[in-house]
Design a protein around this ligand. Structure first.
Ligand code: URA
Length: 429
């Protein structure tokens, strides 16, 4: 330990281990020193575990978030001639909502700066999805991003390494130390990036259910409340919707499969749950940006959202008219009985899509654009024995057995539905 460091890591870890609240100076130091490499990964993982087990109060979380923002640059959209609003989802299976939502909100006069990440594990990443469009480019300079935001009104691109670098380092560590599922760490991770991004308004889509980080409504609500407070306290108008993730969203999980479904929504069709959630989030984003007078349903119906999508894709060198990649091999899973699909669990479908090649198991791995799971029924739909229930897609058929193993017990056909969850569960803000 350098003699110029004002604290030492074991003392900070022991304080949290012993249920004390960390003071502002300790938090500022530990986040900064970890980013500089002075606090070692094993020390930060011990501290993350102590935070997971013993929690943090709201003041500690706010200070931790501020320290992570201070570790990097802040974007500034003051030069954009419209209000800005972004959406962040805590992650789910088949969650392609950003794709129709960003151009829809932009078509309604609110600019959408969306700095996104790639998927890791069973949840897909927005950039991986868009990269299945021929030519599309995720990496933009700040100047390109600002120009596209002003010109097209929507930009979805990779977050540069300058934004909350402390979070990048800490998130990678949490991912391999069993410390992802801590409300203070999730809230500060998400909100540090969104506040540093510089959006004026933010709508959070906090997923609840078996396919989400937060399995219960109670925990999801607590996470939502912490994030909404962090955003509003930092001057970003923030609200949250709690939405169902017990079953996948829409009828597809996988990169190109999800782009195809998103384009269907933009063309006025698409699965009802995707349309309902897209419109609900669009209304919240418009209201948070001061444009509650605008009806997003009209912009979806009259093709303005589709026009903006095409411009948004083209601006990043993508060809909106190119055929989307199809996987080389498919395997059909038939309905085991005639009746009503009573249950189709999100998590196993996400794991199956991942094992088919839609996701990666380590940073930097390539994903298959065409891989994934196509669903032919949603809970509540009637199915007939032997008819296709799921179609698995991959370029590498040796992946089918492991994907099928993930789907063991993932669905149930009964005589009548017990309860089909609504996509919209609650609202915080
Ligand atoms: N998404 C993030 O960016 N951070 C988390 O901690 C969890 C989800």
């Amino acid at each position: 330990m350098s003699r110029t460091e004002p604290f030492d890591a074991p003392a900070v870890i022991a304080a949290k281990r012993d249920h004390h609240r960390l003071d502002d100076d300790q938090i500022d130091w530990v986040v900064d020193a970890y980013t500089r490499g002075v606090v070692a990964p094993e020390q930060m993982s011990a501290l993350a575990m102590a935070i997971l087990l013993n929690g943090m109060d709201r003041r500690e979380i706010a200070r931790w978030t501020a320290a992570m923002i201070a570790s990097g640059e802040r974007m500034d959209f003051a030069g954009i001639d419209r209000p800005t609003a972004d959406k962040h989802s805590t992650g789910g299976v088949g969650d392609k909502i950003t794709l129709p939502l960003a151009p829809l909100v932009a078509a309604c006069g609110v600019a959408v700066p969306q700095l996104s990440g790639r998927g890791l594990g069973h949840t897909g990443g927005t950039l991986d999805k868009l990269e299945s469009i021929r030519g599309w480019r995720a990496d933009l300079t700040n100047a390109e991003m600002l120009a596209q935001l002003q010109d097209v009104g929507a930009v979805v691109c990779a977050a540069g390494s300058g934004l909350a670098p402390a979070d990048k380092k800490l998130y990678a560590l949490r991912d391999v130390t069993g410390t992802v599922e801590a409300i203070p760490l999730i809230a500060s991770s998400i909100m540090s990036k969104k506040i540093a991004e510089g959006t004026g308004a933010l709508v959070l889509d906090v997923k609840v259910g078996s396919g989400a980080f937060m399995k219960s409504e109670e925990h999801a609500r607590e996470l939502a409340e912490v994030m909404v407070d962090l955003g509003n306290d930092a001057g970003v108008t923030t609200v949250a919707l709690l939405t169902d993730m017990s079953t996948p969203l829409g009828l597809t999980a996988g990169n190109a499969l999800e782009v195809r479904e998103s384009v269907e929504v933009l063309a006025g069709g698409g699965p009802p749950d995707v349309v309902e959630l897209t419109l609900a989030l669009a209304r919240e984003m418009l209201a948070a940006a001061g444009r509650e007078d605008v009806d997003p349903a009209a912009a979806l119906a009259d093709g303005r959202a589709m026009d903006t999508w095409r411009r948004m894709v083209s601006a990043q060198d993508g060809d909106p008219d190119a055929d989307l990649p199809l996987a080389r091999e498919t395997h059909v899973v038939p309905a085991p009985a005639t009746g009503v699909l009573a249950r189709l669990d999100a998590m196993p479908v996400g794991v199956a899509a991942w094992r088919l090649g839609a996701g990666r198991s380590g940073p930097g791995e390539a994903v298959q654009a065409g891989a994934g799971v196509q669903m032919h029924a949603k809970p509540g739909d009637r199915v007939r024995a032997g008819d296709p229930l799921l179609t698995l897609h991959t370029d590498t058929p040796e992946r089918f057995p492991r994907a099928l193993a993930a789907l063991e017990g993932a669905f149930e056909v009964g005589d009548a539905v017990t309860a089909v969850p609504d996509v919209l569960i609650g609202r915080v803000g």
